[in-house]
Write a protein that binds this ligand. Sequence first.
Ligand SMILES: [Zn+2]
Length: 243
Amino acid sequence: MLFDSHVHSEGLGVTELRKMKESGIEKICSLSFYPVKPLFPQTLIDAFRKLEDFERRRCKVLGIEMFAGVGIHPRCIPPNYATVIEHLEANEWDLFGEIGLENATNEEIKVFEDHLRVAKSKEIPCVIHTPRNNKRVVTQKTIEVLESVSFPAELAVIDHVNFENLDLVLKKDYWIGLTVQLGKLSVEEVAKIIEEHGSERFIVNSDSGYGNEFVTAVAEVAKIVGKEAEKICFKNTEKFLGV
Ligand SMILES: [Zn+2]
């Protein structure tokens, strides 16, 4: 049994989800991402409802148990975003994600801090994005923000980690997300990282959806890492989620 910790299932068709399930992936975290910048905060609130209700059922029919990640992606910050934060604060959630920083603007930092404050008080696990550009600097800033709110390390995955920022996150205690995707990491690179650093803190994902179609990434990693697969392709994600 395998777990893909970072998917945007709304961007995947039935055929792709079936392929995922057939490869052995039975659980996923499906994370919020709105493909255009929302004009209203309520747009995201309805998107969370769709994810938790319709999308969870759509996955279930295909035999996949889905955990819904909600929150404001740094590329989708709506006007009056405090309305979204209030909604997050007033309800119960599986996890927040993906959240974090893209360009580390003051607005992004404020939005990220607000999520962390809510997540810390309600003990909600968070999947935290790191960007393609300027990855090292933004990862450093991300860690500073996490530390500034004393965010519990066991509740955070710093995701899309690669050779540019691996040393920065290895120094800390957060979960480390490895994304297997063209332009991120290859299956072989993930295997190499696990061989060097062990399996204790790593979590593998595909970030599939909306154009990234490598839906079997976690299964491909599991095939080549041997006994480490149990942790990095399943158990660590369950530990992170507390399920
Ligand atoms: Zn993503």
